[in-house]
Design a protein around this ligand. Sequence first.
Ligand code: PMP
Length: 361
Amino acid sequence: MSKVFNFCAGPAMLPAEVMATAQQEFINWQNTGSSVMELSHRSSIYIKMAETAEADLRALMSIPDNYKVLFCHGGGRGQFSAVPLNLLPVGKVADYIVSGSWSKSAAAEAKNFGNINTVDITKEVDGNITVLPVKEWPLTQDAAYVHYCPNETVNGIEINELPNTNGVPIVADMSSTILSHEIDVSKFGLIYAGAQKNIGPSGLTIVIVRDDLLGNAQHATPCIMNYKTTADNDSMYNTPPTYAWYLAGLVFKWLKAYGGVKTIEKVNKAKAELLYKAIDGSDFYTNNITEQYRSKMNVPFWLTDESLNEQFLQEAEQTGLTALKGHRIVGGMRASIYNAMPIEGVQALVEFMQQFEKRNR
Ligand code: PMP
């Protein structure tokens, strides 16, 4: 099979080196004669791997000691419920900043568990979408927490500043941006991310939570969603997604060898610049997000002549550029260019876009 660059938003492509290692180890992991997925999560060999994966993630993100790292089930949407169940006591309110479809869904789900103040910060000005600067976010003074999504996977909106919340914990859904650029974890109360974009396969969700936020879960919180129960049992209260955890561990090792988050941040920036430059440099393609808020992970773009959409997708696929169809909510195209997408993939896409334009102008 010729080279394929997979632009899927998630589950997304994984680093080729990681997939090769996983393949090599698939049926005989560390001379156990078994696949890693066939071993007990209580075996010492598995626990060692799990601990190393956590240590590597801690090193990659410089996670302070007063934060727990939890390896959970349930995906991003599982956290839409777990966050209010664990952090929103009766009688308190939580602020939900809405900057796109995922933060909107998070707010809708949280409403099932308590008092939610939803703040839509997107605005359309002359056909372009922009967001309210963090300084102007109307926050509740004594909220239990503020929830936001720094990278909206569907809408292609990225928010890089943090609000000053006067001590109210900030909760961030980093599903599609975790490990793509450096962040200061100590500024957050809780960070969560479904694995299937920058970490590994689906089925695993990472939660990074400050110690002092544990232990106040609502009475009805299911035990497998309770952060304290999960933390007290080293994420093995029930059987964890063992294979996904192993693969995440391989991805963390790969990223460390790559030079860490600092190095990949530069490459991610270069990839995004290349693609946006190609879009902006032609009236054949458009992106409608104000420059400052454009996502470096998920780049939606539209063909000015939308009747060419199907042809664009078909020819891209024939060229080995797959999964470029935009999300059904926004239409058009979307190129997801997470950590595992090499710059050569973006170069190939830009080259294809320019050739396609020449042929169809
Ligand atoms: N949040 C964000 C930002 C996402 O991109 C996604 C999935 N694309 C989700 C939440 C939902 O994740 P899951 O499908 O793992 O529940």
